[in-house]
Write a protein that binds this ligand. Sequence first.
Ligand code: BEZ
Length: 330
Amino acid sequence: MIKIHKTMKYLSMVLVVLLAGLSNTAWSKDFRLGLLTPPTHIWTKAAEAFGAELNEKSGGTHTVQVFPARQLGNEAQMLQQLQSGALDMAFMTVAEVSNRAPDFGAFYAPFLAQDIGHAARILRSDVAKDMLKQLPQQVGVVGVDYGMAGLRQILSRGEVNSPDDLAGKKLRITPFDPILDFYNILGAAPTPMPLPAVYDALSNGQVDAIDMDSELIWKLKYYEHAQTIVHSNHMMFPMVGLVSAKVWAGLSEGDRAMISEIMRKHLGGVLDTYVEMDPVWIEQVRDTGKSFKQVGPEFFGDAPQKWDEIWSKRSSMLSQIREVSVSTAN
Ligand code: BEZ
């Protein structure tokens, strides 16, 4: 009896040692990463490059299967999947995240960034990075780092000489509150619509205008259905690399460090690409021969100020992010 007892005790000790060892061991894992952008988009390419490098650096232990173009659902659905652990990772607009964590709405303060390089510096700031720390508690995801798309412009099927020309006009927006408020203040009729629906809606006149970046105005040929491009650079459009907090909790320290380092590198590459290419796409859009109006904050009257009045109550980070904007300006 004593012998059986001793054997059991020994076996349970061995089990404890084995389990302790396993929690620090890299389990082989097939991660799934979702995005809304099409397969050729810079975000999707960066996600694939991240997956390839993780596979290589983990000695083939980990793989990442990338699901672009909303194959796993829209961003709201992908965020739910991340929360439940059904999805491992996503490269997602901060717009969607700001629907759950309003502090992130501060990034959409009109004319926060003077140009695309300034937008990247704001996103690389310590204040911006610190904000990611609230995501596990508040949203159930780990925010690894930021990427972005280009600054926002307005493309219209009709002539636009002042915001009055947008009054009552159905203007496509990405579905999130900060941009909805901006166009409501301007008196337009903002129409939330996910990216894949935009081309048809613009070409068949379901919307009169769209809020969009220069890359997609150029590459997806939205300009073909426009009379006017208002080059306003009125808002930034950050993206964030996310890992499900549930999935993260089950990873070893070593895997967390490896994933963070590689994902950060590729998100940083996305920032660099936009800094380099945004001015090039704008030139290409200008060269289409469409009516091209270069405007600044004054074009929008007191709308930026009114936006700040609303969002200073909703985002506790607005004044700090405005300070970062000042300290990182050229
Ligand atoms: C948009 O909704 O306009 C958008 C979403 C992702 C990347 C670029 C643009």
